[in-house]
Ligand binder design. Structure first.
Ligand SMILES: [Zn+2]
Length: 392
């Protein structure tokens, strides 16, 4: 059994939009409330609150804020489960610390059950009249949950997750290391390279013109909200282009391989650098790894993370020789020990694979990111550790 998500456009009427706004608001309120509470309680008592405690406290919160009772209560419980997943990702070092949800970002809530698609193709949610939905492709499997979301440009979507039988990848699928970078978006240990399309940078000029126009409009004017919409549309286009690109690569990787080893984003984050910040957000590695994980679940491909730093580009993956003088400018080199000839990124990807399979002694990667920052005096802003990003 595997899960698959289908995304369809929703066209709520005025009344439905107003109710959806309420649902988004309540979900955001509950998420932020318990995130703040959990952070505060931890700071005071070093005790971690989790879903079990939150769910109990939610009842009290609902009697304090009556309007929370107007929306589907299962959606609110689901919000707590999503918060729990965000913490789990953080502790697994796959994601950053959970962020507060903002009204200006994508708005969403999830309905875990009691929803259905009627014969007219309308989406029926608890406490709401049926919403018009455009089903542009056939949906297979049994629907399990639906996430309703609204993007900043004002469009509504439903993402429906279904459970279905999907053939798993052959068990003799390959094992690869995957190096994510800025010069190339992704490099595999098999030698495949995927270019970095830099969608954001390509729209930068247009975006700047639009933003300048926006800044000249008077606050509260209708021209200002039009200008804001124009800016949001550019962002949306970039996001869709990027998403499309990442969907294609992630699908190819999980369907051809049985195991993928990549560096955890904690390691990548360590080498964050102010000059590269825009480029790093443009490649959206986090989104990509999330895609690999959930598609991996469906296609039977495990995603492993290397969460310890080791000089993956400088180490000869054949004999272990460390080339100390390897600078970012050197793209290819020959190992003086075993005479292997390396493309630096493919060598790095090979090292990631070997390390995650414990074929490299642990002491070679003995430092956690925090230790390394301490030992090398590496500053997260100076980017003195560019080595590991493969950025050049
Ligand atoms: Zn060598």
């Amino acid at each position: 059994m595997g899960n698959k998500a289908y995304k369809f456009r929703l066209y709520p009427n005025k009344e439905q939009s107003a109710f959806l706004a309420k649902c988004f608001g309540c979900s955001r309120f509950v998420y932020n409330h318990f995130l703040r509470l959990t952070t505060d309680v931890y700071a005071e008592s070093k005790k971690s609150l989790r879903y079990k405690e939150w769910a109990k406290l939610l009842t009290g919160l609902k009697s304090e804020f009556e309007w929370l009772k107007e929306v589907n209560s299962q959606a609110l419980q689901q919000t707590l489960k999503d918060l729990e997943s965000a913490f789990v990702r953080f502790f697994k070092k796959v994601g950053g610390f959970p962020n507060f949800k903002k009204k200006s970002n994508r708005q969403s809530f999830r309905v875990p059950q009691h929803f259905l698609i009627d014969n007219n193709g309308f989406l029926n949610l608890p406490k709401m009249t049926p919403i018009k939905m455009v089903i542009h492709r056939e949906m297979l499997g049994t629907p399990k949950n639906v996430t309703i979301f609204k993007i900043p440009s004002g469009k509504y979507y439903a993402s429906i997750v279904t459970e279905q039988d999907i053939p798993h990848a052959p068990l003799n699928g390959d094992k690869i290391g995957l190096d994510l970078g800025l010069k190339e978006f992704a490099i595999t240990s098999k030698g495949d390279k995927f270019e970095n399309p830099k969608y954001f940078q390509k729209s930068l000029r247009r975006l700047k013109i639009r933003q300048r126009r926006l800044s000249r409009k008077n606050k509260g004017s209708s021209n200002r909200s039009k200008a804001r919409l124009a800016v949001a549309k550019i962002h949306e286009r970039v996001r869709l282009q990027r998403q499309d690109y990442q969907h294609k690569i992630s699908l190819k990787l999980v369907s051809e391989n049985q195991r993928i080893s990549a560096e955890s984003l904690n390691i990548k984050g360590m080498v964050k650098n102010r000059k590269l910040a825009k480029q790093i957000s443009d490649v959206a590695w986090g989104n990509f790894l999330t895609m690999l994980e959930y598609k991996g679940d469906v296609y039977g491909c495990e995603v492993h993370y290397v969460d310890r730093f080791f000089p993956s580009s400088k180490r000869c993956s054949n004999c272990g020789y460390i080339k100390q003088d390897l600078t970012l400018a050197i793209r290819e080199w020959e190992c003086p020990e075993c005479k292997s000839f390396w493309d630096r990124d493919i060598n790095a990807a090979l090292n990631l694979m070997l390390f995650s399979e414990s074929k490299i002694p642990l002491e070679e990667g003995k430092f956690t990111p925090d230790q390394l920052v301490e030992i090398l005096g590496m500053n997260r802003d100076t980017g003195s550790g560019q080595e590991a990003t493969g950025a050049a």
